[in-house]
Design a protein around this ligand. Structure first.
Ligand code: AMP
Ligand code: MG
Length: 329
């Protein structure tokens, strides 16, 4: 079996000499992942201050959406499942509403309530004994974005069944990338890239006016680039099965759950989505994994300004209508 992994790497193609604008970059760990901020700025001290502000914003978002932090608003919603509605901030309420819109769009392939089955699976890269089918079934009965009771007036969320849970693992980094980009733009940063562990949101251009470029690389041969893409005020996100997976009876399963079955989805190994917002790209990349290449690409072809590239477990590369990839490279 041929196994491809897509890596996205930011490549600066031009020299910056002679321009007052500089590129300032910082890498750091947040939300359990590595982030990298790239800012184009004429004042390195101010850029460093803005990076600190961005890091504080990521911390704030993590405190809002984390399922691990037992004091987060998300944990409060989960704790109150089957008991009573939980009033939350407008920011989280709106994020849940948008997540449910994407759930409807993807016919439930992306669903924040997938998390009811979270405790059945641990994606440590090791061989596991499958959980009993009755346990899986009992958990699947608690999944369903349409079961989530939203009350706009009270700004509250109610998970009606005990054991129901929501989780933002498939959309949180994209949301954070969008928020940091907005923060930096508001503060006058004309160009940059927020890279949240592969969830990238770019705006503006490089100091010499050329577009930001990313490469999709075939890791079987890292010198070989599938294709170059210019990023013009675009986000690009990749979901892959290569970082977090498990083995069952020798077969490899990635960490994305099919909400309809409660089992990890199979068949797709990598999925890259281009969209105006990282939040949408993030959620769609996860959904396409579950939907599979045919239904997934079909959906993307109907969405304006959205494109995708998927790689199946037998090495087939499928792209939406606006993307061409040179496999002979
Ligand atoms: P991503 O890397 O963006 O594809 O997100 C994967 C993460 O999203 C997983 O580790 C889970 O936390 C969560 N997740 C898994 N399956 C789903 C699903 N079908 N819908 C929404 N979130 C999911
Ligand atoms: Mg995602």
């Amino acid at each position: 079996m041929k196994r491809f992994i897509v890596f996205l790497s930011v490549v600066f193609l031009s020299a910056f000499d002679g321009y007052a604008q500089e590129i300032i970059q910082r890498k750091f760990e947040k939300m359990g992942s590595s982030f990298e901020l790239t800012l184009v700025h004429d004042d390195p001290n101010e850029a460093e201050r803005l990076i600190e502000e961005s890091i504080a914003e990521i911390d704030r978002i993590e405190q809002l959406i984390s399922s691990w932090d037992k004091d987060s608003q998300t944990s409060q919603i989960n704790k109150m499942a089957g008991i009573k509605p939980q009033s939350i901030s407008k920011e989280l309420y709106d994020l849940i509403e948008r997540a449910n819109t994407i759930a409807r769009l993807t016919d439930g392939a992306f669903d924040i309530s997938y998390a009811s089955v979270d405790n059945l699976w641990s994606f440590t890269g090791e061989e596991i004994h499958p959980p009993s089918p009755s346990l899986v079934e009992a958990s699947v009965n608690k999944i369903g974005f349409e079961k989530i009771k939203v009350n706009a007036k009270q700004q509250s969320i109610f998970l009606p069944k005990k054991g129901m849970k929501i989780g933002f693992g498939a959309i949180g980094k994209g949301y954070a990338a969008d928020r940091v980009k907005a923060l930096l733009q508001t503060q006058g940063v004309k160009a940059g890239i927020v890279n949240a562990s592969g969830d990238m949101s770019a705006w503006g251009t490089q100091p010499d006016g050329s577009a930001w470029q990313i490469a999709l690389v075939n890791p079987m041969n890292k010198n070989k680039v599938f294709s170059w893409f210019s990023l013009h005020n675009t986000a690009v996100v990749t979901s892959g099965d290569y970082e977090r997976y498990l083995l069952m009876e020798g077969k490899r399963y990635g960490h994305i759950i099919n909400p309809k079955t409660g089992y990890p989805s199979q068949g797709v190994v990598s999925c890259t989505v281009f969209a105006p917002k990282a939040e949408l790209a993030d959620a769609l990349a996860t959904a396409l994994f579950v939907m599979g290449e045919e239904a997934g690409i079909d959906l993307v072809n109907q969405l304006p300004n959205v494109d995708a590239l998927m790689i199946t477990d037998d090495g087939e590369i499928i792209t939406s209508q606006n993307i061409t990839v040179d496999e002979t490279n």
